[in-house]
Design a protein around this ligand. Sequence first.
Ligand SMILES: *Cc1c(COP(=O)(O)O)cnc(C)c1O
Length: 439
Amino acid sequence: MLNLEKSAAAFAEAKSLMPGGVNSPVRSYRSMGSTPPFIAKAKGSKIYDIDGNEYIDYVLSWGPMVVGHAHDEVVAAINEAAALGTSYGAPTLRESELAKLVMSVYPSIQRIRMVNSGTEATMSALRLARGYTKRDKIIKFVGCYHGHSDSLLVKAGSGLATFGVPDSPGVTAGIANDTITVPYNDPEALTAVMKEHGSEVAAIIVEPVAGNMGCILPKQGYLSFLRNITTEYGALLIFDEVMCGFRASLGGAQAAYGITPDLTCLGKIIGGGLPVAAYGGKAEIMDCVSPAGPVYQAGTLSGNPLAMAAGIATLKLLTAEPEPGQPDTNRILTLKVKEILAAVDAAAKKYGVAVRLHQAGSMFGIFFSEKDVENYEDAEACDQEAFKVWFHSMLEQGIYLAPSQFETIFMSMAHSDEDIAKTIAAVDVSMKAVADSKK
Ligand SMILES: *Cc1c(COP(=O)(O)O)cnc(C)c1O
């Protein structure tokens, strides 16, 4: 048994200090019904808890640590920046350097604005879309997560009502009323909504590869359908690539699927583990943001040198030209994921467990299901008890996965062949545990 004595004591104390003992809900392991390990340090592919347990980390701070934890070059860049002052509230060269790095792989981004979280990026992109189109309504998809701003914490109303209802106390009915929610991967549902409300819609915001209801891929042709229908009705198409950016491919889902959105939100990886996110897109639209234009948005710590340094160092490592004849970093990550998923598939067959396995580059997911999983409803219908058994068995064996089926699994450049081999060995044991739990 994993010894989590110190973590359990720390968690008990933390609960008296922070709501649920955490600063972000999923960390609490509530849906797994167990104690979260308290982390003391991390290096490369490994994290270590305060009880001295070592884990191979596939959470990677929920995505950002794509070059591995505490990478020497990232740490050096942060140290160098810190020694020169952590924030000035004035323009710096590093902001332009990170902007150019991002634009070199995201040609749809002609202007960019750095912010401090994905939540801020999507919130600001929506305000911009509303300001630019002079329309109020937005459309989001059930199960896509875009951070916790009021307009986006909205769920589908019951029955035939198209208008959303608050998904959290504190979100007003008025705000929810301007957000329409539609099932993911369902062109008919969206077409019907656009027929009725298309002329009032400022933007459709989507995770072009969904990662917050587990990893769910867009169906063939779905993203080009979104591109076409937004153009038809004069609404903006916002790709929230906060998670799938630099993961679905280096150029994100937009490069992987060949679709050009009007605005893109990035986050997670672009801060290399520090709080950075961004929104950007067509110059004509972005130039409506203050002070170039009238749509207000600002930030005391936005683009601070420490955060820019971490982002620049991470993106340089990630986008470095490969040696001639060698695959690029995303290809390497993709192949590592394929190895693991092949092992999961083999173990599932061996023990007679039904699974659905999804991958987009360096992000992947496992659903315990006999049916294909294409949207939130499908994900909810999966065998969550099986997931719980799987999760705890993997954790016991030192494999640190997200404590929820509704999350994505991530690969880093630091995961070694030995890490993959250990993971594959653990997969067999855990799949047997799932099968045994059904007897
Ligand atoms: C994580 C995430 C966000 C929110 O980012 P925060 O930095 O946690 O505010 C928004 N959109 C997507 C797709 C995400 O995965």
